[in-house]
Design a protein around this ligand. Structure first.
Ligand code: FMN
Length: 346
């Protein structure tokens, strides 16, 4: 493990930030407390909501942890396409008896307000997804002693992150659960992402900063494989999502081992950006028609997803999961870190 990461965690095991509730302070505290690196997800939260979670986490552990931010989305969506999609979703709205959300509810995820808080009240690690901040942002974090990470899905994105001043990159393979963290959404390239065991050595040859590999990793043996391929650490999301400390919806946790949900696919159905989840009715029905309009589609479907969860219907929820989901183990998070570390040594 690179020395910068050794200062942050005993084992090369990072718990992925998971927006939507899974990576809550309890989960992050359990992971950091066991010698991994726990993460909070600030995505879709208000700046104050993020700050409250940071304070809660500090009350639970004195160990280092990270906070993940979504980069603002600069390109405006095709409103006509969003309108057509909202017409298509009208029957879902009447089925779940809830209105569709306002697609124009905001594109920046309160980025500037969150930056201001994190610079004023620094945390050990900040990571960014859906893009790369400016050099001025990295300089500001360096000044307050925060270690910075940028999610990348290609060697070119990794070079941009290194040149801009990131301390490390999180190399995300196409196997990963949740959104692909590509810097620019390219609607023509859905599904063309690179598999992790090819991507890690490609990025290793392109940049000198430490690499954290993510995507489909569920066992210590897989972590050993990505370390051998050139990574310094591994980031696991789906593996931690099923832990009792995870704040993921219980229906989401149960779906991981439900034989009804055996496959994962990338879909734009819920958010307008490619994200990997367990294939369900909503994805099958709407995925092929969803426009490349993030976060407009995210806002549009937000009420539907909540209503589906409320009535106990996983077929209408976004069940984000990576390709290894069937190997998920329902262990306490600290125990899972120990088991993974033991498998890594074996
Ligand atoms: N990555 C982020 O950078 N920010 C997020 O908010 C985020 N939310 C996620 C939510 C869920 C439920 C999942 C499963 C993943 C999410 N990811 C997010 C992606 C993870 O950072 C990571 O790339 C992925 O979990 C790795 O693949 P795995 O799930 O197969 O381990």
């Amino acid at each position: 493990m690179s020395s910068a990461l050794t200062d942050l965690c005993r084992y090369p095991i990072v718990q992925a930030p998971m927006a939507g509730g899974a990576s809550c302070p309890q989960l992050a505290a359990a992971v950091s407390g066991a010698g991994g690196l726990g993460f909070l997800a600030a995505g879709y939260k208000t700046a104050d909501g993020m700050h409250d979670e940071i304070k809660q986490l500090r009350g639970l552990t004195g160990r280092p942890f990270g906070v993940n931010l979504f980069m603002p989305q600069p390109h405006h969506a095709d409103h006509a396409a969003v309108e057509v999609y909202s017409n298509q979703l009208a029957h879902e709205a009447s089925w779940y008896e809830t209105p569709l959300g306002n697609p124009d509810a905001g594109r920046d995820d309160a980025y500037e307000a969150k930056l201001a808080i994190l610079l004023d009240d620094p945390v050990p690690v900040v990571s960014f997804t859906f893009g790369c901040p400016t050099r001025a942002v990295f300089d500001a974090f360096a000044e307050v002693g925060t270690f910075t990470i940028v999610t990348v899905t290609t060697p070119e994105e990794a070079q941009t992150a290194q040149w801009s001043g990131a301390d490390a990159v999180c190399v995300q393979g196409i196997e990963a659960g949740g959104h692909q963290g590509t810097h620019r959404d390219d609607p023509g390239a859905d599904g063309a992402g690179i598999g992790l065991l090819s991507l890690v050595p490609l990025v290793r040859e392109s940049v000198q900063v430490p690499l954290i590999a993510a995507g489909g990793l569920m066992r210590g043996g897989q972590i050993a494989a990505v370390l051998a391929a050139g990574a310094d650490a591994a980031q696991l999301g789906t593996a931690f999502l099923v832990c009792p400390e995870s704040g993921a919806n219980v229906l989401h946790k149960q779906a991981m081992t439900n034989p009804l949900f055996v496959r994962t696919e990338l879909t734009r159905a819920f958010s307008g950006r490619p994200a990997r989840g367990l294939v369900n009715r909503f994805m099958r029905e709407h995925g092929p028609y969803a426009p490349p309009a993030y976060p407009e589609v995210h806002h549009l479907t937000s009420g539907l997803r909540k209503a589906a969860a409320k009535v106990g219907d996983p077929q209408g929820m976004a069940l984000w999961a990576g390709q290894g989901h069937r190997m998920a183990r329902e262990l306490p998070a600290g125990r899972l870190v120990e088991v993974l570390a033991g498998e890594l040594d074996a």
